[in-house]
Design a protein around this ligand. Sequence first.
Ligand SMILES: C[C@@](CO)(OP(=O)(O)O)[C@H](O)COP(=O)(O)OP(=O)(O)OC[C@H]1O[C@@H](n2ccc(N)nc2=O)[C@H](O)[C@@H]1O
Ligand SMILES: Nc1ncnc2c1ncn2[C@@H]1O[C@H](COP(=O)(O)OP(=O)(O)O)[C@@H](O)[C@H]1O
Length: 285
Amino acid sequence: MVTSTLNPALLGCLAPAKLNLFLHVIGRRPDGYHLLQTAFRLIDCGDRLDFHVRTDGSIHRTTALAGVPEEQDLVVRAARRLQQYTGCGLGADIAVHKHLPMGGGLGGGSSDAATTLMALNHLWRTGLDRHTLQTLGLELGADVPFFIYGRDAFAEGVGERFQPLALPPAWYVVIAPGVSVPTAEIFSSKDLTRDTVPIKIADFTTSTTRNDLQATACKLYPEVSETINWLAQFASARMTGSGACVFAEVKDELTAQDIVDRCPARWTAWKARSLAEHPMHRLSE
Ligand SMILES: C[C@@](CO)(OP(=O)(O)O)[C@H](O)COP(=O)(O)OP(=O)(O)OC[C@H]1O[C@@H](n2ccc(N)nc2=O)[C@H](O)[C@@H]1O
Ligand SMILES: Nc1ncnc2c1ncn2[C@@H]1O[C@H](COP(=O)(O)OP(=O)(O)O)[C@@H](O)[C@H]1O
């Protein structure tokens, strides 16, 4: 990350991906949103964003993103919401260098929005505390508050109530099966299990938990199921979030690289390491 005080800017800000190490659906709210229990883990791959302050108050995305018009981009919506909430007269040019697959269950759009809220709160000197940024973030998407919280977490509610989770560092293989899974489609499925018995944080292990969204995603998108079956030859494999990406924890970087090298060319595989803290964490208190 590069900062400049003469021409206020933050360059190369990481918007890291997340994995849902497990995800249980334990109920549903009257507004249709689902009550979850999940373990969020930050990993060291993600999108990169550049921010340049504008003095005319306008907000622009300076890069193209196929399928996402500027006005609908979570980055632009996050910037506008912060501006509106604080009454700040400054604007920004925002470049989004996309690396994470969209509809991948890695939280890319949400992480872009969280990075935007943290970066502009710093550049605009609007001084919102972390909790207020999380509240604004929740208006944009259920995953956004986690990225502002900024460390591994056991999450409840719709995914916005956190307890810190102390996890040892780990290596992962992540595979994108080449399909995009819309989150709303999975949550609206008739077949979804919505009554998993709540667990306590102390009871969390990956072997006694599962992803309740996985069966539905596999039924609607057979490529997800195929990818899980392929990865399961090497290690315990699971889908993250509402899919489509799947992941497995492996013992070290060499093992991760070996699996990545063997991955069929029709999918995209990469190795990732856990991230102890969001790189933007220190910008907000
Ligand atoms: C499933 C999870 C798990 O971390 O991640 P992804 O797979 O999307 O990355 C999240 O709960 C997704 O968060 P996010 O992607 O921000 O979802 P939102 O934009 O808020 O919601 C998209 C749609 O999913 C449904 N939804 C989302 C979250 C939730 N707890 N219950 C729901 O029913 C709602 O129908 C909503 O209209
Ligand atoms: N900056 C952004 N990056 C990715 N997706 C975005 C962005 N802004 C809006 N979206 C919309 O959000 C949807 C979900 O994207 P994403 O967060 O990448 O997936 P997921 O919720 O499965 O992790 C996309 O399909 C896209 O329509």
